[in-house]
Write a protein that binds this ligand. Sequence first.
Ligand code: FES
Ligand SMILES: [Fe+2]
Length: 360
Amino acid sequence: MAYNEVKNNANRTFERTLTYDLYTDPKVYEQEIEDVFAKSWQLVGHVSQLENPGQYFTAEVAGEPLLISRANDGVIRAFYNVCPHRATKLEKKDEGQKKIFQCSYHGWTFHLDGKLNKAPNFTGEEAACVSDCHLRPVRIEILESLIFVNLDENAKSLIETYGDFFDRLAKFPFLGELKRVNQKTRVLKCNWKAFIDNYLECDHCHVAHPGFVATLDMRNYQIVTCQNYSIQGSVVKPDKTMGSNDLNEAEMQGGEFYWLWPNLMVTIYPGPGNMATIQMLPIDHETTLAVYTYYFRDENLTQEEKDLVTFAEQVREEDVELVELEQIGFRSRAFNRGVYSKSEKAIVQFHELVLEALGR
Ligand code: FES
Ligand SMILES: [Fe+2]
């Protein structure tokens, strides 16, 4: 346990956070790549990017180049984007459409399902030696049109990992109709965990997000921790006349903000069908690539949808400054850890999972 339970003078129990070296030590970052990012489900895309056979996109997970494509049998597969002949990165573009994948080095070609087609520099008897040199597959699962991969061949399935998360999403019937309409990236000068910590509590909302608190019913703001994920949102009592099966479950009608271990956030606002995903991809121990992706029914956004994006970006802008200021303090010798408030239990959950993954 890296946080200790301590009592203050009023005898109220509170807890200490992760030590700050976990946000500043390059060795911790290297261990996280292996023990967190190479062992967890990572969102790489959305089925709307692969509507037709031959469509593909490339991605990077835990430093590994990946290739995700839909083959002629309609199946979406993921591979290491690495040629079995001599390791050359196979597809260089972010996305495209191909009948066959061809390595730019010695011209080996691969079918859309990853099987070797031809190895031109291996002829006659030699050809038989390389006939099973296919692209190396990567575990892939698709739920609610979101494409996840996991580099760990022994990892639990998505459903086993996140329990009822996908059941919760199923109550948004529009999710299957959404398209990935745009993606923005931004480099943050902070450790990836600092932004996750920021997302997982709303104690800062009244101070930092005046527009956000004006929109949501903050008296009913709740944070619920679940299996490897958490939900936050403004909660109102369910309408008992709706005849739903889960009358006991409060509906979050003011927007739902999910976090999934380790680095994915999913937000769904009320109103027209919408979803946004936010991913924190570490570049190094003190630099993070934030990837924001918006999903709507149509690429041509209505004014209401444009306003929603502007609103979300305003809130985000307010958070970026805070986490970059926090990173400066993480480096300081002033303190080596902080304190959780009672309402920050989703951060406690995140930190416990970090410590478990790192074996500390
Ligand atoms: S490295 Fe790909 S064909 Fe040789
Ligand atoms: Fe915030």
